[in-house]
Design a protein around this ligand. Structure first.
Ligand SMILES: *[C@@H]1O[C@H](CO)[C@@H](O)[C@H](O)[C@H]1NC(C)=O
Ligand SMILES: *[C@@H]1O[C@H](CO)[C@@H](O)[C@H](O)[C@H]1NC(C)=O
Ligand SMILES: *[C@@H]1O[C@H](CO)[C@@H](O)[C@H](O)[C@H]1NC(C)=O
Ligand SMILES: *[C@@H]1O[C@H](CO)[C@@H](O)[C@H](O)[C@H]1NC(C)=O
Ligand SMILES: *[C@@H]1O[C@H](CO)[C@@H](O)[C@H](O)[C@H]1NC(C)=O
Length: 262
């Protein structure tokens, strides 16, 4: 009597335990897949690229975080929503052409986005302004055109922005003054025009400011001389007024390289 009651109790405990593990500790079962909205975004991103060398063939199978899609790195642990999230997209030098899909903006946990040295054309999608965790954005060495979206100026965690060697035109957005963590701003060899917004000179952590070989005009902002962090300024081959660098630039104590301009 007593024994079978204990047995029944044991069985029931096991059932309760299984229920508990299934519903209350989801990391043991349900969580080991990538957030479906991020999977859909990657599929749209692939569809928007032209990939003549089939370098993205691994993106046709399984789950991005579990099946080792080339160039994809994920956070190891699932987050509070019980899905895995994409941390990095690194697709450098894969002979990709086509365009950057607006769906990049759905990879909301992304910290590193690197598509440098490909042949990607079209414009920079303004949706990239959704990537609030982004620290590194490398788009250099492509054929990107159009102007820089204002939205990039609201990526407060961005530390490195490389857009050099593209065909970007239009002005430097004023919103870039908000990039308070920016250290490396590389935008040389484009067709960027207009004046350098003076507030950009006050970015508190700026180390490299490369804007040579563009179509900038107006006067060079004397504000640069207040920087305590700048190591390299390159502004040669633009259309600035005047023929010499403001003498105040000589006061920038940290400076190791200042290119001439004409
Ligand atoms: C790069 O793509 C072009 C076609 O767009 C192709 O002709 C060429 O062979 C590819 N290069 C490599 C290294 O796969
Ligand atoms: C994630 O995995 C890497 C190695 O694959 C390891 O070095 C790192 O500590 C892990 N991070 C966490 C939070 O588990
Ligand atoms: C891709 O760009 C490289 C230079 O970056 C160039 O040599 C190559 O011909 C381009 N390929 C295509 C298919 O446009
Ligand atoms: C930038 O443009 C200049 C002038 O056309 C050219 O001499 C230089 O090689 C370019 N730099 C790079 C890194 O392509
Ligand atoms: C540079 O800007 C001037 C106007 O300031 C324009 O006339 C010229 O076409 C631009 N050049 C290039 C290469 O974009």
């Amino acid at each position: 009597m007593g024994l079978s009651w204990l047995k029944m109790f044991g069985v029931e405990m096991r059932v309760v335990l299984v229920y508990f593990m299934y519903f209350c500790v989801p990391s043991l079962g349900r969580s080991e897949i990538t957030d479906p909205s991020q999977v859909a975004a990657l599929q749209a991103i692939k569809a928007s690229f032209i990939d003549p060398s089939n370098n993205l063939i691994s993106w046709n199978r399984g789950d991005p975080c579990k099946s080792m899609w080339i160039g994809i790195k994920c956070f190891n642990t699932s987050s509070s929503d019980n899905f895995l999230h994409i941390q990095q997209v690194q697709l450098m030098n894969l002979n990709l052409s086509g365009k950057l899909a607006p769906e990049f903006g759905q990879l909301v946990h992304l910290e590193i986005l690197d598509v440098m040295w490909n042949n990607i054309s079209g414009s920079i999608p303004k949706e990239m302004g959704n990537l609030k965790s982004l620290v590194t954005l490398l788009l250099n060495g492509n054929q990107l055109s159009g102007s820089l979206p204002d939205e990039l100026g609201y990526l407060f965690n961005l530390n490195r922005l490389q857009i050099d060697e593209n065909e970007i035109s239009g002005p430097l957005p004023n919103s870039f003054k908000n990039l308070i963590n920016m250290q490396h701003l590389h935008m040389n060899n484009n067709s960027i025009s207009g004046q350098i917004p003076p507030d950009i000179c006050r970015l508190p952590k700026l180390v490299h400011f490369l804007l040579d070989n563009n179509n900038l005009s107006g006067h060079l902002a004397p504000e640069f001389s207040e920087s305590k962090t700048l190591l390299i300024i390159q502004l040669d081959n633009n259309n600035f007024i005047g023929s010499s660098i403001p003498s105040s630039y000589g006061k920038i104590k940290t400076l190791v390289k200042l290119d001439e301009y004409s």
